[in-house]
Ligand binder design. Structure first.
Ligand SMILES: Cc1cc2nc3c(=O)[nH]c(=O)nc-3n(C[C@H](O)[C@H](O)[C@H](O)COP(=O)(O)OP(=O)(O)OC[C@H]3O[C@@H](n4cnc5c(N)ncnc54)[C@H](O)[C@@H]3O)c2cc1C
Ligand SMILES: Cc1cc2nc3c(=O)[nH]c(=O)nc-3n(C[C@H](O)[C@H](O)[C@H](O)COP(=O)(O)O)c2cc1C
Ligand SMILES: *[C@@H]1O[C@H](CO)[C@@H](O)[C@H](O)[C@H]1NC(C)=O
Length: 663
């Protein structure tokens, strides 16, 4: 290499090192106030309470998140406000689960909500309590039972959702409306983030509007960044890393402490007792039946609940990452938040550190999401580690607001994974502390609709899992992390799990008619329901009629649980089994076609016999089409207009007789 190249490398490394040092120094000077909200599955660390100075304006930022995006945005906004208004304004970012709205909300001056929507237009788990409280309050105000008690409160709502879902940003929309109903004043238009596009861009645009409105208001202190207005240095939140010598010192801890399995904060290490392929050998896809042994845990569940699993990355992926970054898989590490990190420091955005000591192998296996696309911030951080000048410049561009179009083209559209980005920029080798701190997000637990009934399997939870193998535009095959792990390594392995209770439940009386629509793995909860009914039948209960609509590609390939279903028809557990094999004939045949065709038989059950309707499976297409089929069915049965039929279906849903478990 010639001297010029060496000089450039030296220069880039020196700049990166200086930037890192200055971040460290700054954080060391300030008081320890790191706000470490409990992130999925990690116990919240003790949080020194933020002194709220009554003489200073306070901006409260609350987030409702399932996989961390809303939390990331909230912290980003928090830091932006701190650097804009300095010490004149207090900024408090928190998990909405840790907020007491009945005591606090009416006393606030300004509250910003970042709220994601899940399931069938529902709030995230951490926002469920707040959400139902707010909706109830709004109802009371609307009904005149309560004064609009939020007068004097200003607010902004940014919803996080995905346009492909039927109830796009339902939670953000409801919260915005309810706050207004309760008398609060919006300071900015509602933001509707769409994860189907580049949601970071939606948030950035909304943030700019919010800041503009705040500048003109008296809700915040004086701006301190007026002059200069230099671009902020790239933030690289990184843990302090202690590397332990092999064999020396403390023993490794488990990646998850063994808990009760009753909620996200306390997963239970269960053994997987069975993994069985459900497709025939003729199928070119795979779907597995999995049995999770929860004996000894005290976990209880009901048919219709969900189970969450913390799977691991494959060995091959873990090895690739380690080789690319020069990490020693057997090295044992302890991560910690730098001492003295204050609110506003880069380090204040660090999630709680991994448990330790653990090996880098375990850390990469359980905690690093390297197969999803990286966030823009991660690319900016990564740029500071690139030894090659061109790589550094390109990463910095991809990670900046100016590089929006490049990011969309290079990362978002082709769904390029973090691993692929690391491969494309081989000179960018982040430290361990930065890699886990801000480059690889945490691998999330995966949820499954339980496909068994405790009446038959009190200590075993069944899962019906389609194995994800997606061909990406780049030609890479994306092997789903959890589903592939289950298929390849599940049998006999141990996995941290917890149960999430749902509203998706059989009616109290076994005599109520049931209409169940569950193609593909959407069959899962209905297998649980049918086991429940089989147990009821065996104990002498009278069963109402039950229709099941199942669909798949071909009778000979992916007709899962065929023997069981046909056995249930023979024994009377199931009165009608309607099958749609989409590819067994020239024209596509789907469950929604059968639902509509059965209007004559189903309408009397719905109209006169109080039937309960259930739909499970794909939210983006199937559930929407079945919903339309229900409307058409009512229209045909009742002989009414489309709008009247829609009202009937809405009423069924409002009264809990039409339930959906969709994802
Ligand atoms: C409430 C609920 C219930 C569920 N019930 C069931 C069930 O009963 N049965 C079942 O099989 N599943 C169910 N799911 C889905 C399940 O949770 C998982 O999402 C599914 O198994 C895939 O997980 P995975 O880790 O194997 O795949 P992931 O690795 O998470 O990939 C999943 C999908 O994301 C996309 N993706 C991820 N990363 C990339 C990337 N870098 N590039 C491109 N695309 C990418 C792919 O298109 C892929 O299809 C349920 C989900 C929810 C929320
Ligand atoms: C299982 C599942 C269900 C979802 N349901 C909805 C929905 O009903 N409406 C919607 O607008 N977005 C829905 N989304 C999209 C999420 O809200 C979106 O990805 C959001 O960015 C997640 O934010 P978080 O990371 O803070 O949890 C769903 C996503 C998943 C994975
Ligand atoms: C899981 O299996 C291992 C090995 O067979 C056993 O030692 C352990 O006790 C099992 N765990 C549970 C929770 O049943």
């Amino acid at each position: 290499m010639d001297a010029q190249v060496w000089f450039v490398i030296f220069f880039v490394v020196a700049v990166a090192a200086l930037a890192l040092l200055s971040i460290r120094r700054k954080s060391a000077k300030r008081a320890a106030q790191a706000s470490l909200a409990g992130v999925n599955g990690f116990a919240a660390l003790s949080r020194p309470s933020l002194a709220e100075d009554p003489n200073k304006p306070l901006v409260r930022i609350l987030f409702g998140t399932q996989t961390g995006t809303a939390e990331r945005f909230s912290k980003q906004l928090g830091n932006e406000l701190r650097s804009r208004y300095g010490d004149s304004t207090t900024v408090d970012v928190r998990d909405v689960e840790t907020y007491k709205p009945e005591q606090k909300l009416a006393t606030e001056k300004l509250v910003v909500f970042c709220m994601a929507t899940y399931g069938d237009g529902e709030p995230t788990d951490n926002a469920a309590v707040f959400y139902s409280w707010l909706l109830k309050e709004a109802e009371a105000v609307e009904g005149g039972e309560k004064e609009p008690f939020l007068q004097g409160v200003s607010y902004g709502v940014f919803g996080l959702g995905n346009k492909q879902y039927e109830h796009f940003n339902a939670v953000g929309k409801k919260i915005h409306k309810s706050l207004k109903t309760c008398g609060a004043t919006p300071i900015v238009r509602r933001g509707d983030g769409d994860d189907d596009g580049v949601i970071d861009d939606d948030f950035e645009k909304w943030t700019a509007e919010l800041l503009e409105a705040l500048d003109k208001s008296d809700l915040v202190g004086k701006r301190v960044d007026q002059n200069g207005h230099a671009a902020l240095p790239i933030a690289v939140p990184a843990y302090d890393v202690e590397v332990l010598r092999a064999g020396a010192g403390r023993e490794d801890v488990a990646p998850f402490p063994s808990g009760t399995g009753k909620d996200v904060h306390s997963p239970f290490w269960a053994n997987i007792s069975t993994v069985r392929e459900l497709h025939t050998s003729q199928s070119d896809r795979s779907c597995v039946h999995v049995e999770v042994d929860v004996s000894g845990s005290g976990i209880t569940y009901e048919a219709g609940d969900h189970i969450a699993l913390y799977a691991q990355n494959s060995e091959a992926v873990v090895k690739q990452v380690a080789e690319l970054l020069g990490f020693d898989l057997d090295a044992r590490i302890v991560l910690s938040v730098p001492k003295g990190a204050a609110a506003g420091d880069a380090a204040s955005t660090l999630p709680p550190p991994l448990p330790g000591p653990i090996s880098i192998r375990t850390a990469l296996s359980y905690f690093a999401d390297v197969l999803s696309s990286p966030h823009r911030d991660a690319l900016g951080a990564l740029s500071t580690f690139a030894a090659d000048r061109e790589e550094a410049a390109r990463l910095a561009l991809l990670g900046s607001a100016a590089g929006k179009a490049e990011f969309a083209e290079f990362v978002a559209k082709p769904h390029r994974s973090l691993l692929e980005v690391l491969q494309a920029f081989p000179s960018a080798k982040p430290t361990i502390g930065a890699f886990f701190g801000c480059i690889a997000p945490r691998l999330q637990p995966r949820f499954y609709s339980i496909s068994s009934s405790p009446k038959q399997h009190p200590h075993s939870i069944h899962v019906t899992c389609a194995v994800v193998r997606d061909k990406m535009p780049s030609g890479r095959v994306h092997e789903g992390v959890c589903s592939t792990w289950l298929k390849r390594h599940g049998d006999g392995a141990a996995v941290p799990v917890f149960v999430r209770h749902s509203q998706f439940k059989l009616p109290a009386s076994s005599k109520m008619p049931l209409i169940m629509v569950g193609p593909g793995t959407g069959l899962a909860p209905f297998r649980g329901f049918l086991q429940e009914r089989a147990a009821q039948l065996a104990s002498g209960a009278e069963l109402g009629p039950a229709h099941l609509f199942f669909g798949c590609r071909s009778r000979a390939h992916d007709y899962i649980y065929q023997e069981e279903l046909e056995g249930y028809v023979a024994s009377g557990v199931l009165s009608h089994l309607h099958l749609a094999f989409s590819r067994d004939q020239a024209t596509k045949d789907y469950v929604q076609h059968h639902v509509e065709a059965q209007a004559g038989a189903l309408w009397p059950l719905i109209d006169a016999a109080g039937a309960h309707l259930y739909v499970c499976g794909d939210a983006k297409n199937m559930a929407k089409d079945v919903h339309k089929a229900f409307i058409a069915l009512v229209q045909a049965g009742k002989g009414c207009a489309g709008t009247a039929a829609e009202a009937v279906v809405k009423e069924l849903s409002d009264s809990g007789r039409y339930q959906r478990d969709v994802w």
